[in-house]
Unconditional design. Structure first.
Length: 427
């Protein structure tokens, strides 16, 4: 195969180099396009545009493959814990025992969150959406850690990473407890990362919290499955904000806002609201399938379809199985799971969904598990953010170390050409 692509523009021919990834993906390198031709590419939504070369996550949307730094998502969810996976995404290798213990100890030492943050939290109405509160608190963390990270310094970078990995779970637990008007909890250094999270979330005041291995295991799996997904909307946001040399915490706060939308991480909340609405309406899944297919109806089947997966989302496969197991182990019977399965069954044989290659995505079954383990619907996207944190950190670090130039797309202007200005009284 040639190592160049040829572009013919206005009868002139230009050669553009090709870039080949380790999994044989091909990119046309257009870095010199505008300088040599005067033209740019136009690709709203970046459906065909690579923004970087990355060694963190590989996915093949046609085959339904997802790997973090070469490791299959199925192996990681079954055999690793969330903190090992976080280390892998951030530093590129699974930790050995000494590296793991050091990472974990350093995180524990940084888990104290300045109590002035509580005053900020108190200022929000109880009805505030947890994602808005989380984005604000993450921004507020910057004021208590104002020094920008020198990315050339491994030590400074490591300190910033450990700080956000330590304080973010505390913030999520506070957001959760504050929304329920419950006393805030602190991190417990005797517990592992996910057990600590469970205790901070669910501990009742004055009572000892008993860990439930089913919940710990389910959370571990969900957090790992959400931990990275290459250049998705929130991750691209984190990278582009960081490309202006904004700090790590500021970039992550922007990522949280991007994740909130219903077409991205906010879909997990939207799925459960949709399933509840179908149930309340009498459970007629066919009626809602029809609405999803009707181009005059804004309704979409939430939790279905994906920009990159044109085959079963491998994360959805794992989560569907986990949903069954968790509900079984906890002895919960939730009619919403049956509605979800019914919708999936119908969609998989409906030509509208088959032709457009629309399959259940990661968000379709995750809400059923969150609900079963006691997480309310408005907190679902916060849980997604908690899982995505190491992915955002790893991608931010990679982008800065690659010395990526500031992200600044171009446009094709289609507005009015030059017009004569008229003063207010003459318009
Ligand atoms: N229900 C009904 N029709 C759909 C759906 C859906 N969920 N998703 C896509 N379509 C149709 C869409 O109307 C279009 O049809 P046509 O070709 O006739 O115009 C076609 O399928 C292609 O859709 P698209 O919107 O051009 O595809 P996209 O790549 O821009 O959007 C998506 C991907 C995820 C935003 C979209 O599938 C969607 O809105 N899904 C529902 C929201 C959702 O579940 N989001 C979570 C994504 S996974 C978690 C994450 O990583 O964020």
């Amino acid at each position: 195969m040639s190592d160049k692509a040829t572009l013919i523009l206005n009868d002139k021919s230009y050669e553009l180099p090709l870039v080949k990834g380790t999994e044989n993906e091909i990119g046309i390198d257009i870095k010199s396009l505008r300088a040599s031709t005067g033209a740019i590419t136009l690709d709203p939504g970046f459906k065909n545009t690579g923004s970087c070369e990355s060694s963190i996550t590989y996915l093949d949307g046609e085959k339904g493959i997802l790997r973090y730094a070469g490791y299959a998502i199925e192996d990681l969810t079954n055999r690793a814990n969330f903190l090992e996976v976080a280390y892998l995404l951030i530093f590129g290798e699974l930790p050995n025992e000494a590296q793991y213990n050091k990472f974990f100890d350093d995180i524990k030492k940084q888990s104290y969150v300045n109590y002035n943050m509580v005053r900020i939290l108190d200022g929000f109405p109880k009805s505030a959406h947890p994602m808005g509160v989380l984005a604000s608190l993450t921004s507020a963390l910057i004021s208590f850690n104002p020094k920008t990270v020198d990315v050339e310094s491994d030590e400074e970078m490591y300190k910033a990473i450990v700080k956000i990995m330590a304080k973010f779970p505390v913030l999520t637990a506070w957001v959760f407890r504050n929304s329920k008007d419950e006393v805030l909890t602190e991190s417990d250094s005797d517990l592992d990362y996910v057990e600590n999270l469970c205790q901070m979330f669910f501990k009742e005041e004055g009572k000892k919290y008993e860990q439930n291995p089913v919940i710990v295991n389910a959370l571990n799996q969900l957090l790992i499955l959400h931990a990275d997904h290459e250049q998705n909307c929130s991750t691209s946001t984190v990278r582009i904000v960081g490309s202006s040399h904004a700090g790590l915490f500021a970039s992550i706060s922007a990522g949280i806002s991007a994740l909130w939308g219903r077409l991205h991480g906010g879909a997990n909340q939207a799925v459960l609201e949709m399933l509840d609405a179908i149930m309340e309406d009498g459970g007629d899944t066919k009626k809602f399938m029809q609405k999803a297919k009707d181009k005059n109806d804004p309704f979409r089947l939430m939790g279905f379809g994906h920009r990159v997966y044109k085959n079963f989302d491998p994360r959805a496969r794992i989560i569907k199985k986990a949903a069954d197991e968790v509900l079984n182990d906890l002895g919960v019977s939730d009619p919403v799971l049956d509605i979800a399965k019914g919708l999936e069954e119908e969609a998989l044989k409906d030509s509208y969904f088959v032709d457009r290659k629309l399959y259940p995505n990661v968000d379709f079954y995750s809400g059923v598990i969150y609900k079963a383990i006691g997480i309310p619907v408005e907190m679902f996207t916060v849980m997604f953010a908690l899982g995505r944190l190491p992915g955002w950190i790893g991608q931010w670090r990679e982008m800065r170390l690659q010395k990526q130039p500031i992200g600044r797309p171009r446009q094709i202007y289609v507005g009015p050409t030059h017009r004569e200005f008229k003063p207010l009284a003459e318009r």
